[in-house]
Design a protein around this ligand. Structure first.
Ligand SMILES: *Cc1c(COP(=O)(O)O)cnc(C)c1O
Length: 478
């Protein structure tokens, strides 16, 4: 595949910011007291075609799920079908969150049904839709664990997290005030019961587990693990970001998990928000339902005939309080609901089959070694003698998004790859060709990559530590 990313520039600068291109003095005429008024205001005032071109150019200088394959492992970057956007854009979907429940019964019914679907998918008894991201779901989940132990008069200050876990697991536990006990993985890349036994104690509040884990491996001893954690008096938390591998086939609740979060922007194809709105609903078993955030939605049967029910908001008895405004990011939840309803049981089960098939098909084609098998929805290859970050940069030149790199650390120079179920054989073959082309390239070529993208080698460390939130600032430095 041949590829050159667009490069829009004026006077050697990348596409200028709206404020740089179109700022105009705008007359202000508002019914405000004089002392609150400015005489004039400088605001970008582009015409519609100018605005459309500005954003189209920016999108052409970017790579997204609508440009090509995006196998960023653990992140589950899949194409978001447009019918969900149509539903979220319906005028009737935009309801003010402060409206009286009597006047928004349809909205509450959608929330109630989505909660019930998610509970069913995860094998949980109750669900909150409030957390705005996966990490926020984890934080909510560990706060629920904390409140539960406290209600039982127990002080359990530790949370156990395997070394293969996503960084947010460690962060969520620490943020909720727990000490994090890191669990070293066994030789097969899974939880080692002996190491787990050593980590568990009367201080253990919970074990946070991803299954299949970030290596794509299923924890075969999950029932033993659940028993061990419960015997120690702890709770079992499921990081549901990898639910793509299990959908319709197995349920965390049936494996013994007590709390879980869902990443609707991974599994249920709502957009990953570049920091924008997401949703990370949390499911719990019945015993933990009284601790869920407030408010919750419930269906109340009101007498008369069958189907005569209304929905109401209520505060769970021992609620941990709020973790986000109102009932969460409602329009994101509408998209998740639309996706689940459209696919149904069969469609969801089919999605997980294809996610696993695609990962295995792709892995068969590529030249890099894959140390841990058998994997499910994703695999972690090793770049071996090559630098995984340089491999990733070079893959961009071949017109595909690279995998996640250098994590999990149990694999040297890790290339964590998750093609997802949306790719077909043709795009999987393109991906494999990009992997193999890069595998055969020398160090000099890799170090000079990327060559064909709008922005060249980006200093990621400085970008994270000293963010400059302007595209222009990046252009000025080159
Ligand atoms: C993405 C991910 C998370 C965090 O989800 P966010 O919505 O990005 O906060 C947690 N665990 C795993 C395994 C993930 O892949």
């Amino acid at each position: 595949m041949s590829y050159d990313q667009a490069r829009w520039a004026e006077d050697d600068q990348y596409e200028p910011l709206l404020s740089e291109k179109f700022n105009r003095e705008v007359e202000v005429d508002a019914p405000l007291p004089d002392d609150l008024m400015r005489d004039s205001l400088e605001l970008p005032a582009p015409s519609e075609p100018e605005l459309a071109r500005h954003y189209t150019r920016l999108s052409q200088m970017n790579y997204g799920v609508e440009s090509g394959p995006f196998p960023l492992g653990s992140c589950t970057m899949k194409y978001n079908p447009k019918f969900t956007e149509d539903l979220a854009a319906l005028p009737s979907a935009s309801v003010h969150p402060d409206r009286d429940p009597d006047t928004v019964q349809g909205t509450l019914a959608v929330m109630g049904r989505l909660s019930a679907y998610l509970a069913d998918i995860g094998g949980m008894d109750a669900v909150t839709l409030q957390p705005p991201a996966g990490a926020a779901g984890e934080y909510t989940g560990v706060l629920i664990a904390k409140a539960y132990h406290e209600a039982n008069g127990e002080d359990r200050p530790e949370i156990v997290v395997p070394d293969s876990a996503h960084g947010t697991n460690f962060a969520s536990a620490a943020l909720a005030g727990f000490d994090v006990v890191e669990l070293p993985s066994g030789e097969d890349g899974r939880v080692d019961p002996e190491a787990l036994d050593a980590a568990l104690s009367e201080d253990t509040a919970a074990l946070m587990l991803t299954n299949p884990n970030t290596l794509g491996l299923f924890e075969r001893k999950i029932e033993t693990i659940a028993e061990m954690v419960h015997d120690a008096g702890g709770l079992l938390y499921y990081d549901g970001a990898n639910l793509n591998a299990l959908l319709g086939r197995a349920r965390p609740g049936d494996m013994g998990f007590d709390i879980m979060h869902y990443n609707v922007h991974k599994t249920f194809a709502t957009p990953h928000g570049g920091g924008g709105p997401g949703a990370g609903p949390v499911g719990v078993v019945e015993e933990l339902a009284p601790f869920l955030p407030t408010p919750q939605v419930r269906e109340v049967q009101d007498g008369a005939g069958e189907g005569d029910s209304t929905y109401e908001l209520y505060d769970p008895e021992h609620s941990i309080g709020k973790v986000h405004g109102f009932s969460g990011n409602w329009l994101v939840l509408v998209k998740a609901m639309a996706y689940i309803a459209r696919l149904g049981d069969e469609g969801l089960t089919d999605a997980s089959a294809k996610a696993v098939l695609n990962a295995n098909y792709l892995a068969e084609q590529i030249d890099y070694e894959i140390p841990f098998e058998p994997f499910h929805h994703e695999f972690v290859a090793s770049a071996g003698e090559q630098d995984a970050a340089a491999v990733a940069k070079r893959m961009l030149d071949h017109g595909v998004h690279p995998p996640t790199t250098k994590w999990p650390e149990i694999v040297d120079e890790a290339l964590m790859t998750e093609p997802t179920e949306v790719e077909n054989k043709r795009t999987l073959d393109q991906l494999a060709a990009a992997f193999d082309a890069v595998a055969a390239e020398d160090e000099e070529t890799l170090d000079a990559a990327p060559q064909r993208t709008t922005a060249r080698y980006i200093d990621q460390v400085s970008a994270a530590r000293e963010p400059r939130l302007s595209w222009q600032a990046l252009g000025n430095e080159e």
